[in-house]
Design a protein around this ligand. Structure first.
Ligand SMILES: Nc1ncnc2c1ncn2[C@@H]1O[C@H](COP(=O)(O)OP(=O)(O)OP(=O)(O)O)[C@@H](O)[C@H]1O
Length: 267
């Protein structure tokens, strides 16, 4: 029998119906991800990154191919695959603690009330947000909201954490501190993560592997490189290594020479 990886995308094709007929967004995508691996998905706008992530999340049905997670076919959304979007999507009328609590109540039915409360606070501590537990989303900054969004996702103990440009809406300094938080959490929990990003440095700093997508329509995986940087990683030290700079160069070359932004070609 074929030995599958923990998360396996096999021959995925997604076609959307449009007024002009079917639009094939991604085609022939095969991707194998090991348990505990952190994979960054990078590619130009519109190439199909979110489509692939949504297929793994079970939000989009592939027109062809199958996704397997831990040997089971993925065919619908489920709490075993937590998604973190750019927009934190916290409920504004609930406090920070209640927002995380809502997710925990849905997924930790075996835990007592007290255990669930402790679990919520433990996860808020992981993202350094326990101090703001009683605040409402409107009372905290964008970066803090995103931290709470991360706490909410990891509190569900998902089998896979899916992040769709999680820091895209943040300023550079807040973004860096969130990246550090994600690295810290990853060192502790060793989650299986698929993260979409447009940021080459973010991909190299955070990921074990960077998967580069070709331009659509019918986009696929162009290159897949391993980032040989030891963990825990420090952004300043990492940026001075030849492994970091080599990976960065490979990705930039792919994105700007081999598959330059299709919009740049529009006259
Ligand atoms: N529901 C849909 N119906 C028709 N076309 C769609 C639909 N969803 C996505 N597409 C098209 O599929 C392609 C891939 O879209 P997708 O959102 O996955 O790209 P992306 O790489 O995530 O883009 P970005 O980086 O800008 O978020 C695009 O051309 C998009 O217009």
């Amino acid at each position: 029998m074929k030995q599958r990886s923990y998360l396996a995308l096999e021959d995925i094709e997604v076609s959307f119906p449009t007024r002009k007929g079917p639009f094939v967004a991604v085609k022939q995508v095969d991707l194998s991800i090991d348990k505990g691996e952190f994979v960054a998905l990078i590619g130009h706008s519109g190439c199909g990154k979110s489509t692939l992530l949504n297929v793994i999340a079970g939000l989009v049905k592939p027109s062809r191919g199958v996704v397997f997670l831990d040997g089971e076919v993925v065919d619908r959304p489920g709490p075993d695959r937590a998604v973190i979007f750019q927009d934190h999507s916290l409920l504004p009328w609930l406090t920070v603690e209640e927002n995380v609590r809502l997710a925990v109540d849905k997924t930790a039915s075996g835990k007592s009330r007290g255990e669930r409360r402790d679990w919520v606070m433990h996860n808020l501590e992981l993202v350094h947000m326990a101090h703001a537990a009683t605040k409402r989303p409107s009372e905290i900054s964008g970066g803090m909201k995103q931290r709470v969004g991360i706490a909410r996702a990891i509190a569900m103990t998902p089998r896979v954490l899916l992040m769709d440009e999680p820091f895209g809406a943040l300023d550079a300094l807040t973004r860096a501190s969130l990246q550090d938080a994600v690295m810290e959490i990853q060192n502790q929990l060793n989650n299986t993560v698929v993260m979409i990003t447009h940021d080459v440095d973010e991909a190299v700093l955070l990921a074990d592997r960077v998967v580069m997508m070709t331009n659509g329509p019918a986009a696929g995986i162009g290159e897949d490189i391993r980032i040989d940087l030891p963990r825990p990683r420090n952004r300043i030290e990492a940026a001075e290594t030849s492994a970091y700079n080599h990976a960065r160069h490979e990705i930039l070359h792919f994105l700007h020479q081999r598959y330059s932004n299709p919009l740049d070609k529009v006259a």
